[in-house]
Ligand binder design. Structure first.
Ligand code: BGC
Length: 355
């Protein structure tokens, strides 16, 4: 009897279990509900559930964090869009990431002081920690130095200096030395005689004028060398090429051109006037594309290469170190980034390492 009862109960349990598990499967339902959360934000919740829905309550949590702003530095080049500045900007970003500071590269469209001053004002008002500028015109810099001092913001120059402005330091090429290096190499190719012309970017930037000074000083040692003209192409192909074409027309017996900026613009003019590569010796400054290509083709015989990639890194590092007192101001306040004379024979070797 006992065992019968037990069997019956067991059978009922099995049936109950079967009923539970084999009953009609609940159809999944899509339930939409709107939950009002704090700040009266309406959140629409869509849930797919088999049977019942548990109401979801969202709670917004506000946590106050005292976040530290990274040091922020701005580099204002002469202009943007010129390939020379691309390398400098890359170096700046690399160092910024490495040492954990925010580095901004922002220049005017045209290589003019006005645009640089506008940018300076903008960043000064934003309260950045330091501004580095490559001034198109050193005469415009003194009031900027004063304003930066008043605001307690570091102000330095790079690429081209404004030594009389009171700026704290200059990082870049020693342009008189660089100009003379190029002169010696070029005049050797000319066998120290003949008519030469100087081509520059603009007439106010100190670095370009110092390169010319270096060339003139070096050339003065060779009485058979005559500098016949100086032309400013404004670092722009469209407007610059006709000016150099005029130069070529005015001096058909020119033996060499020293371009302290943009030798590629000189080559465009030579090509448009049907010159052959090497017919006029062209020496330049910098080594951005297409200069290496034009050297390989024989249009440019040599160039004074600056080190913009390294310069970009040094500018950020020095601004950081000066603002955090991690370094003392060098005496004199000048960091020389150096130059190399590059000829066809050392071109590939030079390009194999970033500068
Ligand atoms: C100079 C810069 C100039 C750039 C493009 C470089 O040689 O150092 O000052 O703006 O060329 O013209």
């Amino acid at each position: 009897m006992r065992s019968k009862m037990f069997a019956l109960v067991a059978a009922m349990m099995v049936i109950a279990a079967l009923v539970t598990s084999c009953g009609p499967t609940p159809t999944p339902q899509v339930i939409k509900e709107t939950v009002v959360v704090e700040k009266e934000v309406q959140v629409e919740v869509t849930k797919e559930v088999p049977v019942e829905v548990t109401k979801v309550v969202e709670v917004e949590k506000v946590v106050e964090v005292e976040a530290e702003r990274p040091l922020t530095f701005v580099l204002i080049p002469k202009s943007v869009g010129h390939p020379f500045w691309g390398d400098l900007e890359k170096g700046m970003h690399k160092k910024g990431v490495e040492i954990g500071v925010q580095a901004i590269f922002h220049g005017p469209e045209l290589a003019l002081a006005e645009g640089q001053i506008e940018l300076f004002d903008t960043y000064l008002n934003m309260g950045v920690d330091g501004i580095a500028m490559a001034p198109n015109d050193p005469a415009t810099v003194p009031p900027l130095v004063e304003a930066a001092e008043e605001a307690g913001i570091l102000f330095i120059t790079f690429d081209t200096d404004a030594p009389e402005s009171g700026r704290l330091m200059y990082i870049g090429t020693d342009n008189v030395v660089g100009g003379a290096q190029g002169a010696e190499a070029m005049l050797e190719l000319l066998e120290y005689e003949g008519k030469v012309a100087i081509v520059t970017g603009g007439l106010t930037a100190l670095n370009l004028n110092q390169r010319i000074e270096g060339f003139e000083e070096a050339a003065a040692a060779y009485p058979e060398v005559e500098i016949v003209d100086t032309v400013a192409h404004g670092d722009a192909l469209e407007t610059g090429v006709p000016l150099i074409e005029d130069l070529l027309t005015a001096h058909p017996d020119l033996k060499g051109i020293y371009a302290v900026s943009g030798p590629n613009i000189v080559v465009e003019a030579l090509q448009s006037q049907d010159y052959e590569p090497g017919e006029i010796i062209v020496f330049g400054f910098d080594i951005f594309e297409p200069i290496p290509q034009l050297m390989r083709e024989g249009w440019i015989q040599g160039t004074v290469a600056q080190r913009p990639y390294m310069e970009g890194q040094l500018v950020v590092q020095w601004m950081h170190d000066l603002v955090t007192d991690a370094a003392e101001m060098p005496d004199p306040p000048f960091v020389d980034t150096g130059t190399n004379v590059v000829l066809l024979e050392n071109l590939d070797e030079y390009l194999s390492v970033p500068h």
